[in-house]
Structures are given as structure tokens and as C-alpha cells.
Design a protein around this ligand. Structure first.
Ligand SMILES: Nc1ncnc2c1ncn2[C@@H]1O[C@H](COP(=O)(O)OP(=O)(O)O)[C@@H](O)[C@H]1O
Ligand SMILES: [Mg+2]
Length: 364
């Protein structure tokens, strides 16, 4: 499997607990894909289905409905040998950490390395280095009973990471940790994702670490209700806040708008909007350039060149008139589109925005 292949492809995943009358659905038709290099944080109220989803991905529970590929393996109908092989590339950090009470911290970590292909010396070096980074250098020989909850949790983290798994599934891994340890755990997970091209799916409510995420997924009542790339979201909010008629929105309102925007890649010469067409979207140029033409002037020089941060397409949404210009992508780039409904909802949040725009288009 190539290193850029998706780590997880989930399609229409539903799940039920119980039988007969007691049968209840806890996951509803969830589809998503997770690529290498991402640290994904999953949030959502208690009981929303996060742990159930994580245990399905880790093949700790059988898929009932939908399809789930993990590290290139289709989990539906996977045989026991392939399942064992797949699990060797997945690191689990669950709240029930199941350390062996009779083994020391370092031996608990090394237990995980027996089938890894590392020599015992290599395994030991890596295990010790991880425990040291997690602040347990002075506790290597202690058994779990002699460790605090937070220390046991960190041993479980080291055990999950020692084999450099390609995928880490972590269920509230920082819940029992102080701030410094939480940061170190997240830094380790981040290194694994970004530097080693792995992926991390981490359930957490810890807002001290939300800003470390590449992507935020939130679940409510068994459904993924939002799924956003954090860096892009922040960059989008910044660009939106510079647009005069969005500048009065609060950060939360801006990010709600940004979450509704969807990226559209364009190639050189692609028509982004065409004069005379009905307008259904507002656009923000995110990457690349675009040229503006009016009245069949396509063979002449453009009347304007747009660059990152410039927007277009709002006029037709306000006035209901047809598009009044043709805009053509230059180079390769990305525009973010906001559909008419979401654009109008944003206008409803900021009443003066509507006034401003109406003045602009009707008041002259
Ligand atoms: N083994 C189980 N048997 C029956 N119901 C379960 C089981 N595990 C979880 N549930 C129910 O499924 C729903 C989702 O639970 P869970 O995935 O643990 O949510 P979260 O991790 O988001 O708190 C909850 O309503 C929970 O009560
Ligand atoms: Mg849970």
C-alpha cells in the first residue's frame, strides 16, 4: 500500500446495540476518509458514539452496516491472519489501559514489541526514550500498582507508540493528565502523524489541545455533524474577516460561515462563473489567481485580476440578477464556495451587512 493511500475509508457506517425491542441505533450512516499526516480530533457529547466508532475502526467490534477500510484492508470479511497483521500497525490508547500488573513500566511497553521486527536492544532504547519523554524516566522499573493514574496512562501511551504504528486510535488519552504531560502526549502523536506520515484519531474534550489538530470532527447523536480542516478554517476566517461586510461577525460566527464553505480546485482557464448565468454561490479566492471579463471581452485584456482573499459572486445573490461578469481561473488554485442559503444566513446574523450590500447594489 502506497504511503499516500488513505488510512481509513468509512462509507455509510451505522451501528446498533441490543436485540429485539432493546435494539437501538447508535451510529447513523457516517462516511469519511482519513489520510496520512493528519491528527484528527473527534469531539462530541458523552454517548454520541465516539468510542463505538473508534472501536469499529480498530476492529475491536465487527462492522454491521456500511464498509470500512483500514490501512488498505477491508474490515468486512477480513480473516484472522490479516486482522492480526493489521492490528500490528495500529496503536490503541483506550481509557481501560490493561497494563500487566506483574510487569514493570518498561516491560509493559516492551511486551508490545515482540512481533515488531525490532531487535531487543532497539526496542529497549526506543521504549526507554519514550518513557523518558513522557516524564517517567525515574519510574521505568515500577509496576502499575506503584504508579498514579496519570503515570499509568503515560505507560499506555508509550506502549501504543513503541512500534511506530501507522495509525493511532486514542480515546481521551489526556483525560487523567496534567497540562505538561498532555502537551507531551499530543506532541508525540503529532510527530507520528506529521513527521512519520501516520495518522491519529483522538477523542478528546481537552480544549487545551484542540489547536494541535489538523482536523476537527464532531459527533452528535451518532452522526458526524461537522468535519473541518483546522488550518484551512483558521485561514478562511482570517480572509473572511478582512471582507468589509463580514468584518462585523464574531469569531464564532465567522467560523460557522467558514465551516459551510467548500473548496473547489480549478485549473488554468476554468470558468468559475459565467456572465448571464444564475448565481447560486458566493466565492472566495483562496489560492491562485482569476481574471474578470465583461461583455464578451474574452479576447481582450481582463478588466481586473483577482488574487488570494478577493471575493466574487455576491452581487447576484443579493439582487437576484444574473451574473454580471465572467471569471476565469489562472494557474492552478482553489476557491471556496458558500451556497446562497448559507450566504443569506450569514447576512441574517449581521443585519447591517444586508443593509450595506443593498445600499451598494440598489442605493446608487
Ligand atoms: N456495549 C454496549 N452495549 C449497549 N449500548 C452501548 C454499548 N456501548 C455503548 N453503548 C451506547 O451507545 C451509545 C454511544 O456510546 P459511546 O460510543 O460509548 O459514546 P461516546 O464514546 O461518544 O461517549 C450510548 O448511548 C451508549 O449508551
Ligand atoms: Mg467514549
Amino acid at each position: 500500500m502506497s504511503s499516500s493511500a488513505p488510512l481509513i475509508v468509512a462509507r455509510n457506517i451505522s451501528h446498533y446495540f441490543g436485540e429485539g425491542e432493546a435494539r437501538s441505533q447508535v451510529l447513523f450512516d457516517n462516511s469519511f476518509q482519513i489520510n496520512p499526516g493528519q491528527l484528527v480530533i473527534m469531539t462530541g457529547p458523552s454517548g454520541s458514539g465516539k468510542t463505538t466508532l473508534l472501536t469499529l475502526i480498530g476492529a475491536l467490534r465487527g462492522v454491521q452496516a456500511g464498509s470500512l477500510q483500514v490501512l488498505g484492508n477491508d474490515l468486512v470479511g477480513l480473516d484472522a491472519v490479516a486482522l492480526t497483521e493489521m492490528r500490528r500497525n495500529v496503536g490503541f490508547i483506550f481509557q481501560m489501559h490493561n497494563l500487566f500488573e506483574s510487569l514493570s513500566a518498561i516491560d509493559n511497553v516492551l511486551m508490545a514489541t515482540h512481533l515488531s521486527g525490532m531487535t531487543p536492544d532497539e526496542a529497549k532504547r526506543r521504549g526507554v526514550a519514550l518513557l523518558e519523554r513522557l516524564g517517567l524516566g525515574h519510574r521505568l522499573g515500577h509496576r502499575p500498582a506503584a504508579l498514579s493514574g496519570g503515570q499509568r496512562q503515560r505507560v499506555a501511551v508509550a506502549r501504543a507508540l513503541v512500534n511506530r504504528p501507522r495509525l493511532i486510535l486514542a480515546d481521551e488519552p489526556t483525560a487523567a493528565l496534567d497540562k505538561a504531560s498532555s502537551m507531551e502526549v499530543v506532541a508525540l502523536l503529532h510527530e507520528l502523524a506529521v513527521e512519520e506520515g501516520g495518522g491519529v484519531v483522538m477523542v478528546t474534550h481537552d480544549n487545551r489541545i484542540l489547536d494541535q489538530a489538523d482536523r476537527l470532527m464532531s459527533m452528535v447523536d451518532g452522526r458526524i455533524i461537522s468535519d473541518v480542516l483546522v488550518r484551512e478554517l483558521v485561514a478562511l476566517c482570517e480572509l473572511l474577516s478582512q471582507i468589509n461586510f463580514f468584518s462585523q461577525l464574531s469569531t464564532a460566527e465567522l467560523s460557522a460561515v467558514a465551516e459551510k464553505m467548500r473548496p473547489i480546485r480549478f485549473l488554468d482557464g476554468d470558468v468559475l462563473i459565467r456572465q448571464g448565468d444564475i448565481g447560486n454561490d458566493f466565492f472566495l479566492l483562496y489560492e491562485g489567481y482569476a481574471d474578470v471579463f465583461v461583455d464578451e471581452g474574452m479576447s481582450e485584456a481582463p478588466v481586473a485580476r483577482l488574487e488570494r482573499g478577493r471575493y466574487f459572486g455576491e452581487r447576484a445573490l443579493i439582487t437576484g440578477e444574473a451574473r454580471n461578469a465572467t471569471i476565469i481561473g489562472r494557474g492552478e488554485g482553489v476557491v471556496y464556495a458558500l451556497d446562497k442559503e448559507a450566504f443569506q444566513a450569514a447576512m441574517a446574523i449581521a443585519p447591517s451587512l444586508k443593509e450595506q450590500l443593498q445600499k451598494l447594489y440598489f442605493g446608487r
